[in-house]
Structures are given as structure tokens and as C-alpha cells.
Design a protein around this ligand. Structure first.
Ligand SMILES: [Zn+2]
Length: 421
């Protein structure tokens, strides 16, 4: 926080994307003070008060946009292919240090807000304490702490295995006491060895108790759903965000259900599809294939993974047509997806049928709304935190420009990006 700095900073850019529905502004400017945006828009309309001290920065041929909001991270992960079961065997001290490293990497890449959807014990809460003490720095944090899981269920190795409404409510209260900003629940199994990915977890009454308890504290809820029945149960319970959103039947087959998508849209529930993270194994097999091809078993696996990827992209397109609020979250550093590459997931939203401009909104303003942080971040508007990403080129023409990070501002302060600047 830079509340001590009374001076204005004025950024002049070739192009300004404010995170709203309007077109980008040519020759834009952003005026910031004390970590807050004072004004943003066409440069002739962004004028500091007469005589005020102003630090001015000119970015020729560059675009400014809201700092990216990654609505789904796991800060303690490594993204090196290790499983969650393996990750959870590491001591909390090492996981907290890893979280600090990941947070810094994501910030340098242009992400100024993250929502952490589950970590072991108090590790991410300790990262926040480290921020507060000035011994670590990174993006703004929205934290779940430990996810709620059933006995043996997905992510239960992070510290909670709850049974019955009373235990569920008690865990929510405990997490809120420890500093949780929202509640993450695994409504189906997942990659966890002892879990059942195509089956729902928690009874409908347990799920409803979790959501009701969270809402009573003014906290939102996020449900991991690797199958269709998990989504149905989460919707019945009044969940706020569905992650993964996979239309998978109990036998593992894919079946898109239009009536379910319509219900998601009607209930105004956000869906975070995590497409790129699902590609880890597929990309590895493709890289290994080379000129000589793959052994039969691997080739069959690759074919299956490609089919599933296509099914997920076509569900993305169909949900978008149905009016579902799709928001961008990487799910890094889970499985093979290292942090610092949120842009990969943003690109999948274009593959799923969004324009580059729409994909940018899904990774800024819409994502912030899903985190219940849109009062603070996600757009470049007066009164919001001065979190700004400056990139070379025009990402509304070529989304790849999001990789060309020139500068990142967090709370109005330029982030030191070391050799990457
Ligand atoms: Zn996740």
C-alpha cells in the first residue's frame, strides 16, 4: 500500500482498456494517487489538479488494462506434474515458501489479484501474514484456506474431512475465524487418489449447510465439480461459482445438458472452466510424439484426451451461447501448470468462441465479480485500486500481446520485475 505517497502518477498510453463493456480508448491516460485510481479515459479528460506534483510515465505503442484477476489458483502448488497427494506430504513451512514464490511469479506476469481455491492447513493464511509483515509480496489475495472435503474426498489431504451438517458448519466458522475470504468445497471427487471423480461428494443437506453458513458471514462459495451431478447438487445448494464445470456422467462419458446450462445462467452462477490445466498430459504426449510417433497405448490415451478437450471447448461455446457467466481462472500451479502463465488459460476462452476483448473481460472485470471483489478491482475506474497491466501491442487484436508485459502496477506502485522488465 502506498497511502503515504501524496503525489499523482499519470500514465499515458496508446490504448486504454478500462474493463468495461465499451471499446478501447485510443490515446488514453490513467491518473493514480495513494494507490487509488483518480481518473481514467481519453487523455484530454484526465487532468491532474493545477500545480499538483505529478510523476508522468509515457508508454508509446502500449496498451493499459486492469491488472489480471486469476479467479482460481493454488499458490502452494509446483506445476511440475506432481499429484495433490504428493504435494500434501510436504511440510507446511515449505508449502508457505512455495506460495510466496508463486505469488511473486504471478504478479510479475501481470496478475494483480488471485483467488486461492485450496491449500493445506494454514499455509496461505501464513502467506497473507508474511505480506502484512513485509517479508513477502504478491497479488491481492482472496483465500479459502483449507477446502471442505468428505472423508477420503478430493483435497481432504489439505486438512478437512467433514461429515454431517454440524461438522460442515463448524469448519466454515473455523475457516472464517482464521481469515477465509470465501469457502471452497469439493462437490465431487477429483484427482485425489481415494476420491471418486464422477460421483458427487457431500449430501445435498451438507452442501446446503455449507453455503448457508458461508453466506451468513457474507462469504461466497466455490464448488469443485468434475461431474454433472456435482453441478446439480451445487446449484440446489445455492453455490456462487462452479469450477471445472464438467458434463461427465457416472460412467465417465461426456454428455452436455443444455437444460443444466440454462439453469446455471438463470441462477447467475459463475463457471470457471479451467481448460488449459486439463491439457497437461495431452501436451506432454504431443511433445513426446515427435517424428517416431507414440507406442499404441499412449496414442490411444492421447486420442482420448484430445476428444475430451474438444468436448470441453464445445461445452464452453454452448454455455456462452446460453448466457452462462464464464470467468477465467488458471487452476495453476496444479498438476503440470506452473504459475506465471495465466495467459494460457485466457487464450482458451478465445478458442471457446470469445473475442479477444471478451476474453480480457473474463480475466478482469468478470473474474473480479466472481470473487466478490468488483468494488475494489477488475476495472480502471475512479475509486478502484490502481492495479494496472501495461503490455506491448494491442491484445484486442492479438490476445498474445498479453504476454508482452511492459509494466505492472499494484496499488499504484510499479512492480520491480527484475530482468523481466
Ligand atoms: Zn483447483
Amino acid at each position: 500500500m502506498s497511502d503515504g505517497n501524496p503525489d499523482f502518477t499519470l500514465l499515458r498510453v496508446a490504448r486504454l482498456i478500462d474493463g468495461g463493456a465499451g471499446r478501447p480508448v485510443e490515446r488514453g491516460a490513467i491518473l493514480m494517487r495513494g494507490g487509488e485510481i483518480v481518473a481514467a479515459g481519453p487523455e484530454e479528460r484526465v487532468v491532474p489538479p493545477e500545480g499538483a506534483p505529478v510523476h508522468e510515465v509515457h508508454y508509446e505503442d502500449k496498451t493499459a488494462l486492469p491488472g489480471l484477476v486469476d479467479c482460481h489458483v493454488h499458490l502452494t502448488g509446483f506445476g511440475d506434474g506432481r499429484s495433490g497427494d504428493e504435494l500434501a506430504t510436504l511440510p507446511d513451512e515449505l508449502l508457505t515458501l512455495q506460495a510466496a514464490r508463486n505469488a511473486a511469479a504471478h504478479l510479475r506476469s501481470g496478475v494483480t489479484t488471485v483467488r486461492d481455491c485450496g491449500a493445506k492447513n494454514r499455509t496461505t493464511f501464513m502467506l497473507r501474514s508474511a505480506y502484512d509483515m513485509g517479508i513477502a509480496a504478491g497479488p491481492r489475495l482472496s483465500l479459502a484456506g483449507r477446502p471442505l472435503a468428505i472423508v477420503g474426498g478430493h483435497l481432504s489431504y489439505f486438512g478437512i474431512a467433514a461429515t454431517g451438517e454440524i461438522e460442515c458448519r463448524a469448519h466454515v466458522r473455523q475457516l472464517v475465524k482464521e481469515g477465509a475470504d470465501f469457502i471452497k468445497v469439493t462437490a465431487t471427487g477429483g484427482s485425489t487418489r481415494t476420491s471418486f471423480p464422477t460421483r458427487p461428494s457431500f449430501s445435498p443437506d451438507e452442501l446446503a449447510a455449507i453455503v448457508e453458513e458461508a453466506h451468513s458471514f457474507g462469504k461466497h462459495t466455490v464448488a469443485h465439480c468434475a461431474s454433472t451431478q456435482g453441478m446439480v447438487n451445487a446449484l440446489d445448494a445455492g453455490i456462487d461459482t462452479i469450477v471445472h464445470g464438467m458434463f461427465v456422467e457416472p460412467d465417465g462419458s461426456w454428455l452436455y445438458r443444455p437444460e443444466l446450462a440454462e439453469r446455471i445462467a438463470r441462477q447467475a452462477v459463475f463457471v470457471n472452466p479451467t481448460i488449459h490445466n486439463g491439457r497437461g498430459r495431452m501436451l506432454e504426449l504431443e511433445a513426446r510424439r515427435g517424428a517416431s510417433g507414440l507406442p499404441d497405448g499412449d496414442q490411444a490415451e492421447l486420442d482420448g484426451l484430445r476428444r475430451r478437450d474438444e468436448e470441453r471447448l464445445s461445452a464452453f461455446a454452448a454455455m456462452r451461447d446460453a448466457g452462462v457467466r464464464l470467468v477465467c481462472g488458471s487452476d495453476s500451479a496444479w498438476s503440470e501448470y506452473a504459475m506465471g502463465g495465466f495467459q494460457h488459460e485466457v487464450a482458451t476462452h478465445v478458442e471457446g468462441g470469445m473475442s479477444p476483448s471478451e476474453a480480457i473481460l473474463s480475466a478482469t472485470s468478470a473474474s473480479a465479480r466472481s470473487c466478490w471483489m468488483d468494488g475494489e478491482v477488475g476495472t480502471l475506474e475512479p475509486g478502484k485500486r490502481a492495479d494496472v497491466l501495461v503490455v506491448d501491442g494491442d491484445p484486442t487484436q492479438d490476445l498474445g500481446a498479453l504476454w508482452n508485459v511492459a509494466d505492472v502496477y499494484l496499488d499504484g506502485e510499479r512492480v520491480e520485475r527484475g530482468g523481466l522488465a
